[in-house]
Design a protein around this ligand. Structure first.
Ligand SMILES: [Mg+2]
Length: 279
């Protein structure tokens, strides 16, 4: 009889990460502080899956800068983009482009905009969506270049919005729910999304990795409420600090690992420690 000992050295790991405020600095959007951890993931062939409220156009740009060839998740779980030929096995998808097979989980953008317009009629002068803003305004509000803001406006499944009267939050959440729409919160904006969340997208992609490679350990890392479902869907959830060195109080899970720094510093420290423990 042959015994195949399970050695932690050949454990399959996949890391899912939020971008704004996690891998990317909240203010500067830089990821330099995370480079040692990014290098370790590359060296160990551990897929890093970018999972953000950003658009596919924005994530593709960053994915190129990071030289990643792995799938990614756009717009709060609205779309899963799998590079053509990445998995050997076939899987159900909704759309194909020359570069990707795409699983669409999000509501169409036009539906979200229609709902936002309805909210704006009901609560005049209190709500501003991305779709109402000029590219230059998006650039200014987000601290992006005009070119980056242009990519941020190419939305398919998620409408970020500013709420000028915070006391309306609960009422808007209720109203949205009654229309089958969710309100979530990232670092700067509220977001209108359909039935999707980052967690559902992470679970689907995890299943694809498991079908392909067998047993797989998952790590997730984020900073805000819109990461909660992703963190709940992984084996090792990590929360980084906010820029003011506090943790988002709306993210709580029994097995949550707390990184001791904000953004990319927290990412680096937590990923180095976790990957070195797991491998
Ligand atoms: Mg974030």
């Amino acid at each position: 009889m042959i015994f195949v000992a399970f050695s932690p050295a050949n454990r399959n790991i996949v890391v899912f990460t939020d971008l704004d405020g996690t891998l990317l600095d909240h203010t500067t959007y830089r990821f330099d502080a995370a480079l040692p951890a990014l290098r370790l993931l590359k060296k160990k062939n551990i897929p890093l899956i970018l999972c953000s409220s950003k658009t596919a156009a924005e994530i593709e740009r960053l994915r190129k800068q990071l030289r990643l060839r792995h799938p990614f998740i756009s717009e709060n779980g609205g779309g899963i983009f799998v590079p053509r030929g990445y998995f050997d096995q076939d899987f159900v998808h909704d759309k194909k482009t020359p570069d990707y097979a795409i699983i669409e989980l999000g509501a169409p953008y036009s539906e979200l905009r229609a709902f936002l317009n309805r909210l704006q009629k009901r609560f005049p002068d209190t709500i501003q969506g991305f779709g109402d803003l000029e590219t230059e305004e998006v650039a200014r509000l987000c601290g992006l270049s005009v070119e980056e803001a242009r990519l941020a406006k190419q939305r398919e499944h998620d409408e970020p919005f500013l709420l000028h009267e915070a006391r309306l939050e609960a009422e808007i959440v209720r109203e949205a729910r009654a229309h089958g729409i969710q309100v979530t919160k990232g670092g700067r904006f509220y977001h209108l999304i359909g039935g999707n969340d980052k967690g559902r997208a992470v679970s689907i992609l995890t299943d694809l990795f498991r079908q392909e490679r067998g047993e797989t350990t998952t790590v997730g890392i984020g900073d805000s409420l819109n990461d909660l479902a992703m963190l709940a869907a992984v084996d090792y959830p990590v929360l980084v600090k906010k820029p003011d060195h506090t943790y988002d109080p709306s993210v709580s899970l029994p097995n949550l690992i707390l990184a001791s720094s904000p953004g990319p510093e927290g990412f680096c420290e937590a990923i180095l420690r976790l990957v070195n423990t797991l491998t």
